[in-house]
Design a protein around this ligand. Structure first.
Ligand SMILES: *Cc1c(COP(=O)(O)O)cnc(C)c1O
Length: 399
């Protein structure tokens, strides 16, 4: 499809090409000096003691769950309105994901009250996800975790560079996980990062990243070690030097690109309020500084979303849904997980959500075009829905 306005776009140029060329020229491709620099720079940027680069954020979340000690019989409370990897990671560790509801129409993040209601004697962790880069209520989450002796893991895949009370998201909990997938705020194609201020967790995460081995190929190449022991059941979740080199360049560009995302978001908010008052834009007046990873809107309750997205597509505007909630996937429904039948806000709001195009180089004219398309598509979709003969409830109900 040749979109007039695509959903997202990467900011790659000569600097990225040169960084990759340098790695190829160096003839050292596996995790080594470039990765160490990337980790050092990332840790400094977010203000964490340790940063550990990995293959992707799914691997980061898995390692976080293992290092946090999650295992069989343990429960971790998390949102259903997230990417499936957040819940999968808990299951990889052998623990049970417990779904808590989101706060409401203006706050698509976890409701702290709902999290509290999910806590049982088996609860070990809370996994928060900062939707679109907007901060969860971390002071309240940490206080709740403290009262119940729980570990907090942050899925900060959307929130690279987001802040709350002057502190970066991903550094509030025990472990933070970031993604460098192609559509995230900074990218290395595939890639991820763990951060923590806990020296022991950092050591464990480093071991788990590379087979539980006490020395790396890089250490042996440098003459720092000639053999190794295997002290834990680890994985191969290493990143490579090419991706780390891309990550370093992208990290330098991130503050400016996030600022551009915030400006584009402000323009969207203004134009949507003017032209499409029936549409609501969550996180209005949010706390903190958002990385503005996504531009989510909520259609009026009952508006035909599929017809709306088709009408947007017909005008060349790519849209998406964040997210089909995890508990509704067939591979999750049959698990009958705790909390899955008590998610009224998630059910109602996820059904109305549509994500509009947003990326740093998105021209302001394109934003005006998208907002006009929202206006006409909404009217057109409603008109079309009225003309279609009523389908029986059974056929329409996708539950
Ligand atoms: C992208 C994403 C992930 C997974 O990241 P990968 O790097 O692709 O593994 C996890 N959680 C959320 C919320 C995401 O958006």
């Amino acid at each position: 499809m040749n979109w007039r306005v695509p959903l997202s776009d990467v900011d790659f140029g000569a600097e990225e090409e040169e960084a990759v060329r340098q790695v190829v020229k160096s003839r050292w491709l596996t995790m080594g000096a470039v990765t160490q620099e990337f980790e050092r720079e990332f840790a400094a940027y977010v203000g964490a003691r340790h940063a550990i680069a990995v293959t992707n954020a799914t691997a980061a979340l898995h390692l976080a769950c293992v290092a946090a000690g999650l295992g069989a019989g343990d429960e971790a409370v998390l949102p259903a309105l997230t990417f499936v990897a957040t819940a999968n990671a808990v299951r990889y560790a052998g623990a049970v994901p417990v779904f808590a509801d989101i706060a409401g129409e203006n706050d698509l993040n976890l409701s702290v009250q709902a999290v509290e209601a999910c806590i049982t004697p088996r609860t070990r962790a809370i996994v928060v996800m900062h939707y679109g880069g907007y901060a969860c209520d971390m002071p309240a989450i940490l206080a709740l975790a403290e009262r119940h002796g729980l570990i907090v893991i942050e899925d900060a895949a959307h929130a690279i560079g987001s802040e709350l009370d002057g502190r970066m998201l991903g550094t509030w909990g025990s472990i933070g996980c970031y993604s460098f997938f192609s559509n995230k705020n900074m990218t290395s194609g595939e890639g991820g990062m763990l951060v923590t201020n806990d020296d022991r967790l950092a050591e464990r995460l480093r071991l788990l990243r590379s087979h539980g081995m006490t020395s790396l190929t890089w250490d042996r190449h440098k003459g720092h070690a000639w053999s190794y022991d295997v002290v834990d059941l680890g994985y191969n979740y290493r990143i490579d030097e090419i991706r780390s080199a891309l990550g370093r360049v992208q990290l330098r560009k991130l503050p400016r690109n996030n600022q551009l995302r915030r400006e584009k978001t402000a323009l969207y908010r203004r134009l949507l309020a003017e032209c499409c008052p029936a549409v609501s834009v969550p996180f209005d007046g949010h706390e903190g500084v958002s990385a503005c990873h996504l531009l989510p809107i909520l259609l009026p309750a009952g508006a035909p979303r599929e017809a709306f997205m088709e009408a947007m597509k017909a005008q060349g505007v790519q849209t998406s849904i964040h997210y089909p909630p995890v508990h509704r996937f067939s591979g999750y429904r049959r698990l009958n997980l705790p909390g899955a039948s008590n998610l009224p806000q998630t059910e109602a709001l996820a059904a109305r959500e549509v994500t509009l195009p947003l990326y740093p180089a998105l021209p302001d004219d394109a934003i005006r075009f998208v907002v006009e398309a929202v206006q006409t598509s909404l009217a057109g979709a409603a008109q079309a829905a009225r003309n279609v003969p009523k389908i029986s409830r059974n056929l329409r109900d996708d539950a």
